[in-house]
Design a protein around this ligand. Structure first.
Ligand SMILES: Cc1cc2nc3c(=O)[nH]c(=O)nc-3n(C[C@H](O)[C@H](O)[C@H](O)COP(=O)(O)OP(=O)(O)OC[C@H]3O[C@@H](n4cnc5c(N)ncnc54)[C@H](O)[C@@H]3O)c2cc1C
Ligand code: SF4
Length: 516
């Protein structure tokens, strides 16, 4: 057993942990980051992209059956499986190695859903508390955007100009104008011009791997922390227990390297940033923070309720015009939100006609003809929907399945409420209406898909009986253990979570280490 001592111990080197690390070393603290996954080198990105696109391989081979196993019972509860192996990444940089970079702020209403609409739960603080940290996060990650009419108020401009809409997306402009539906362009943590030592986007449109480095990933902040000489990264090392002493303070973390060496990591301050599933799992394994019975509950994601159709007389350019940016916040708020969750619309043109042939009805020349005739005629409305906090939607420790260290694997079982089903139904109704107004044919609902945005499991609440962490993201009852990441979100809104994760991490760093 090797014992090491630091000022700060951070578990998980994704964006949540990396930002805390970078802020801690700026204040002269010594930091250790424990990361289960391995390092990926930016110079290998083209090879990873080829492996992914040409061979359909896994670009981030992190998934290790013995170490990262899980059990998912969501098919029984909601009729869909939750493929955790595609919805989170393990590596230095975490899931941002594979994210698409959409970087939006939550709306002010998302912090007050209970008092405004009678649904969900209020956060312990409002949007105005997080606003300065949203601005800081946009400058840290490097976000390109333009303020939209329905966007929340901001104190600082975006660090980079936004991206223009594509020729495909421009087809929606006259339709939306006729219908009185305002459109907007999403902000992205992708360089629209050189920024933070990384080049500008080359519009390759392969952002889940981004060979140019234009799209932000958290390994940049890990590297920044390491460059200070104050941060030690222990990659391929799994934190297995958090240990408290009799006074209730965390004294050390027990970790094991993939080579089998046991470590004892001591520190003054501990930050758990292992993402929603693993943060909850580690608390449960350690028997910590669960006096309320809330650890692991209220697990959510964003369900995309989509609608598709064909425009026979037009041909779009899917996969060839960078990534899609057009959105509408028109159905986000309003009186309807008393009955259903928030809805954000995204517009998409990406469908591979051959993917529709999974049942193998066409072969040979007939298949080639179908591909040629259908390609580029499809368009869709992808509605990102809010998922209400639900105690029955949860992660627990599995009763019998164990990982390679003998620890129980996470058991995921998602659940929808009637409100969630109403939200999804309303989203499809809106999509159907818009596509019919566009003049599309064969308008049809699509099978739900997930945004890969795990949230909840360790929610924030002032009342220790209702949540796992307090307003400072400190685990109730444990003075020196804090959580970073979407696990603490009391509600999920209908925007991608990562900018909010980043803002909360920067707020946590200020709370823990004071001004730089
Ligand atoms: C395909 C895809 C597209 C996405 N697109 C977007 C988008 O456009 N916009 C957006 O906002 N979000 C998007 N997301 C979600 C976004 O990537 C995540 O919200 C974000 O990366 C989470 O950051 P995190 O630091 O909290 O967790 P992670 O990045 O998952 O980091 C947690 C780290 O902890 C490590 N870890 C876990 N357990 C242990 C342990 N016991 N010991 C040591 N280390 C451990 C893991 O290996 C991991 O590296 C997308 C996700 C996917 C998969
Ligand atoms: S379009 Fe290409 S260069 Fe731009 S962020 Fe995506 S992958 Fe990177």
């Amino acid at each position: 057993m090797t014992t090491r001592t630091y000022d700060v111990c951070i578990i998980g080197a994704g964006v949540a942990g990396a930002l805390v690390a970078a802020e801690a070393v700026r204040r002269g603290r010594t930091v250790v980051m424990i990361e289960a996954g391995r390092r990926f080198d930016i110079r290998d990105r083209y090879a990873q992209l080829r492996h992914f696109q040409n061979l359909g391989g896994d670009p981030w081979p992190w998934y290790h059956e013995g170490r990262d196993g899980f059990v998912d019972s969501s098919y029984e509860s909601i009729g869909f499986q939750y493929h955790l192996e595609h919805n989170r990444m393990k590596g230095v940089g975490g899931t941002t190695l594979h994210w698409e970079g959409r970087a939006r702020r939550l709306m002010p209403s998302d912090f007050r859903t209970r008092s405004t609409y009678g649904l969900g739960m209020d956060w312990p603080f409002g949007y105005e508390e997080l606003e300065p940290f949203y601005s800081q996060a946009e400058w840290e990650l490097g976000v390109a955007g333009e303020p939209g009419d329905l966007d929340p108020p901001r104190s600082r401009p975006f660090p980079m100009p936004g991206f223009p809409i594509s020729v495909d997306e421009a087809h929606w402009a006259p339709v939306a104008e006729r219908l009185g539906v305002p459109l907007c362009i999403s902000a992205f943590a992708i360089n629209s011009q050189p920024y933070a030592g990384r080049g500008e986007c080359a519009a390759i449109g392969a952002c889940q791997i981004c060979p140019s480095g234009a799209r932000y990933s958290a390994d940049h902040h890990v590297a920044k922390a390491e460059a200070s000489g104050l941060c030690t990264l222990l990659s391929e090392t799994v934190a297995r227990r958090i240990k408290v002493d009799r006074s209730g303070r965390v004294r050390h973390v027990q970790a094991t390297t993939m080579g089998g060496a046991d470590l004892e990591i001591r520190a003054e301050t501990f930050v758990l940033s292992a993402h929603s599933i693993e943060s909850a799992r580690l608390l449960l394994l350690s028997g910590l923070g669960n006096q309320s019975g809330q650890v692991g509950r209220n697990l959510s994601d964003h369900v995309y309720a989509g609608t598709g159709g064909y425009a026979r007389d037009r041909r779009f350019y899917p996969y060839r015009v960078g990534y899609e940016k057009l959105e509408s916040l028109f159905w986000y708020d309003g009186e309807e939100r008393r009955e259903r969750g928030a809805i954000k619309l995204e517009f998409t043109f990406e469908i591979d006609p051959l993917q529709e042939l999974k049942d193998g009805r066409l072969w040979g020349t007939a298949m080639a003809l179908h591909d040629r005739e259908s390609f580029g005629h499809w368009l869709g409305v992808a509605a990102e929907t809010e998922w209400q906090p639900n105690p029955d939607s949860r992660v627990t420790l599995h009763g019998t399945r164990k990982d390679m260290f003998g620890d129980p694997v996470p058991h995921v079982r998602l659940a929808f409420s009637q409100t969630d089903l109403r939200t999804q139904a309303r989203a499809r109704q809106i999509g159907t209406w818009l596509l019919n107004e566009f003049g599309a044919q064969d308008v049809h609902p699509l099978t739900n898909w997930f945004g890969s945005h795990q949230m909840g499991t360790c929610r924030m609440a002032d009342d220790p009986a209702r949540g796992v962490v307090d307003r400072d993201c400190r685990v109730h009852g444990i003075e020196n253990l804090h959580l970073a990441g979407a696990s603490v979100f009391p509600t999920s809104g209908a925007v991608q979570p990562t900018l909010t994760i980043a803002a909360l991490s920067l707020r946590l760093a200020l709370h823990l280490f004071g001004p730089a």
